[in-house]
Design a protein around this ligand. Structure first.
Ligand SMILES: Nc1ncnc2c1ncn2[C@@H]1O[C@H](COP(=O)(O)OP(=O)(O)O)[C@@H](O)[C@H]1O
Ligand code: SF4
Ligand SMILES: [Mg+2]
Length: 347
């Protein structure tokens, strides 16, 4: 793998749970993020996938410094941004930008598109001197496929897909190296999702960007991700290359998520197995002992209650050359092909 531009280690975000109004008493914690590790290589796209509430947005907010971790480190080019001085941090924040999920609520309705996209220049005037800003914003509109003459319009004059393009243009304004995109297409119609994903894909090569691309659905990240991490209740439970995760998943949770991914070919669809998970996701304030997935896992045994499975290559695959040899936090990891392999694309 190329050199890591971000290294995340043992990242936690616990929100205290209190009772009482005057004398707030600590009665526990919501463990929104509970020990997350990953690297992001320069130029790479890492997909992060998991059901709603598993802590994806909280990870995203810590990466861009909108939330402070309870513990753990986030190193950007080797330096821990969680302990940096405010001045050093300002320069780093410029290089790590976020694109938000909901293009309807994340853009200020009373600001023009030009002001929205150019707002980051107020904090970082060194990137675009005042006289140069309008032209820069128009360039950005063009880059994301919008007419530069729309610069004086307001968000309500755009469709959902166009608004997300505005959000992306704003994310690009400071010429960052890393974009953290938190479910950037989840709020959009299916018909425009692919267009926005394709735009992000082409911007990546044009501007040498690294992406953390968050989604709740494995089908969306497939084509854009080089690697994928699957999250469950505040932790990554399996991580590997695109091919390892989609074609050779070894964690039961990943296998269950994959079994719900739409398969276009009716023949293949008829033959694949659906894994229906029973039970609800436990509360992040009350995480099961041992393996946190055990209350919904059809393979759970006593060991799963007693021992926390670590995110590492499972012993059974360690000495093999199999694509199943990738990190998976399961005591009984087994390869299971859930989704029929994709036909190679036409040249
Ligand atoms: N500020 C907060 N205070 C308390 N709990 C929170 C806060 N923000 C998020 N949570 C909880 O943390 C968990 C993870 O949330 P989030 O990161 O938004 O998940 P996701 O983006 O995967 O849907 C959820 O149970 C959520 O209710
Ligand atoms: S460790 Fe046990 S409960 Fe957890 S995923 Fe593996 S088999 Fe299931
Ligand atoms: Mg979220």
């Amino acid at each position: 793998m190329a050199e890591a531009i971000l290294e995340v280690r043992d990242l936690h975000k616990h929100y205290p749970l209190t009772r009482g109004i005057v004398f707030k008493k600590h009665v526990g914690a919501v463990k929104a993020v509970d020990g997350v590790d990953f690297d992001l290589a320069a130029g790479e796209t890492l997909g992060i996938v998991g059901e709603s509430g598993c802590g994806k947005s909280t990870v995203a907010k810590m990466l861009v410094n909108l939330e402070r971790p309870t513990s753990g480190t986030i190193r950007y080019k080797g330096e821990d941004i969680t302990t940096m001085s405010p001045k050093a941090l300002k320069a780093v924040r410029r290089n790590i930008q976020m694109v938000f999920q909901d293009p309807y609520t994340s853009l200020n309705p009373r600001m023009t598109v030009g002001d929205i996209i150019g707002e980051p220049y107020e904090i970082h005037p060194e990137v675009a001197p005042k006289g140069d800003r309008r032209r820069k914003v128009q360039d950005l509109l063009d880059v994301v496929g919008l007419n530069p003459e729309y610069i004086n319009r307001y968000p309500h004059q755009f469709s959902g897909g166009q608004r997300q393009r505005i959000g992306i243009a704003r994310g690009l304004a400071l010429q960052p190296e890393i974009i953290v995109a938190d479910e950037p297409v989840s709020a959009l119609d299916v018909s425009v999702q692919a267009q926005v994903v394709n735009l992000l894909d082409s911007l990546q090569s044009e501007f040498s960007l690294s992406y953390v691309f968050i989604a709740h659905d494995l089908s969306i990240v497939r084509h854009i991700s080089d690697r994928v991490g699957v999250m469950y209740l505040g932790r990554i439970v399996e991580i590997g290359t695109d091919a390892q995760i989609y074609d050779h998943p070894t964690h039961p949770y990943t296998q269950a998520l994959l079994s719900a991914v739409p398969v276009p070919d009716p023949e293949a669809r008829a033959h694949r197995e659906r894994i229906i998970l029973t039970g609800d996701v436990p509360s992040p304030a009350n995480i099961p002992s041992g393996c946190r997935f055990r209350t919904r896992c059809w393979k759970a045994q006593e060991r799963c209650t007693l021992e926390v499975p670590l995110l590492a290559v499972p012993a059974v695959f360690r000495l093999t050359d199999s694509p199943a040899k990738h990190d998976s936090a399961c005591h009984f990891a087994e390869e299971k092909q859930v989704v029929p392999p994709e036909e190679p694309e036409e040249p």
